[in-house]
Design a protein around this ligand. Structure first.
Ligand SMILES: C[S@@+](CC[C@H](N)C(=O)[O-])C[C@H]1O[C@@H](n2cnc3c(N)ncnc32)[C@H](O)[C@@H]1O
Length: 330
């Protein structure tokens, strides 16, 4: 992937000013359907994921009837990672996307150089990810690492909680490495992914701005998130299913109704496909499907919007959606 450019100190300055003033005017945000103080949202979301961490992968399968696997496979296939690139999987949780990236690079391109940093704000989710990677061929290789961090401030270091009661290390059961928190340098990443994570963040615009900062020019920003269903009748059925079935499944399988209630409410609050594409473009990214990116060899996405044809791809009629942006060269 090619190098250098679009340093936008002026734009960044303006963005910083705008964010500050918005912050000063409004210190409220939403947590699902509730209105909460902005400062409280992070710990409320933290509570949700601490609560669901150990049942997260099983619940994903149960709620989506396994379809989330197909969406994630499509996401990674479109990105086609290879050639020893450096990936950052933000809100990477239990490492589902990271493992797919490494498997794809190895299986499709015999590439064992591509590496992924799985970054998440929640230590419990990361520890579940470490346990999973321990069962894989990537364990104890430079191809994967787990890092604590906030998608909204990747340049900052978070306090790492001490791990209590570490498991005794044996050959069959090696101890999990300690989590670290390090700043992510500007223009250091080839591929930034965030799957089902961005809607949980308090300031989506800050997440996108940070993605822009850490990506190299020519680097790809790729988002997989729940979208808005495009067929009205199906949208109605899906809504009924979400609100009537998922919280009960949460209670039944994970003993936690409230967290799953939040998760579906947060889907409703997320921007529409064109709104989110506009946010990506406003942050300075070029969108796939536009004339300026036609020659850049980006994946062809389905969908249409005011900023260009193919800026996103709906999966399962928009239940989930993939958006991408490319950081321009100077
Ligand atoms: C629904 S899970 C998605 C996990 C994984 N990407 C997947 O697709 O299975 C959302 C993740 O976002 C993380 N998260 C929420 N807010 C975050 C933030 N501000 N910075 C980093 N991670 C965050 C949560 O801790 C959680 O692990």
């Amino acid at each position: 992937m090619a190098r250098l450019v679009a340093q936008r100190p002026f734009l960044r300055g303006v963005r910083a000013l705008c964010t500050t003033s918005v912050r000063a005017e409004s210190s409220k945000t939403h947590f699902g359907f509730r209105t909460v103080d902005e400062d409280a949202k992070e710990s409320l979301v933290g509570g949700v994921f601490s609560s669901v961490a150990s049942s997260y992968d099983m619940m994903n399968d149960a709620m989506s009837l396994g379809i989330h696997r197909l969406w994630k496979n499509r996401f990674v296939e479109l990105l086609d990672p290879r050639s020893g690139i450096k990936c950052l999987d933000v809100a990477g949780g239990t490492g589902d996307i990271a493992l797919r990236i490494l498997d794809h690079a190895r299986q499709a391109h015999c590439d064992r150089e591509t590496s992924v940093t799985v970054l998440d704000i929640n230590p419990k989710m990361l520890i579940e990810g470490q346990k999973r990677v321990k069962q894989s061929m990537y364990w104890n290789t430079p191809q994967i690492k787990f890092q604590l961090g906030n998608a909204e401030a990747l340049d900052q270091v978070m306090a790492v909680p001490e791990r209590k009661n570490p498991v005794a290390s044996t050959v069959r059961n090696p101890i999990l490495p300690p989590l670290v928190s390090e700043p992510i340098a500007s223009e250091s990443v080839d591929l930034y992914t965030i799957a089902f994570g961005i809607r949980n963040c308090t300031h989506i615009d800050r997440v996108i701005a940070e993605a822009y900062r850490v990506l190299k020019p020519g680097g790809i920003f790729a988002v997989l998130e729940f979208g808005k269903v495009s067929v009205p009748l199906l949208a109605q059925i899906y809504r009924q299913y979400s609100f009537n079935v998922i919280p009960h499944l949460g209670q039944l399988l994970a003993g936690d109704r409230d967290s799953y209630q939040y998760l579906i409410e947060s889907i409703e609050r997320f921007p529409t496909q064109p709104e989110f594409a506009r946010m990506v473009a406003d942050a300075g990214f070029m969108l796939p499907g536009t004339p300026e990116t036609a020659h850049m060899g980006l994946p062809r996405l389905g969908g249409a919007c005011s900023t260009g044809n193919g800026a996103w791809e709906d999966l399962s009629l928009g239940i989930a959606t993939i958006w991408m942006g490319i950081k321009p060269f100077a």
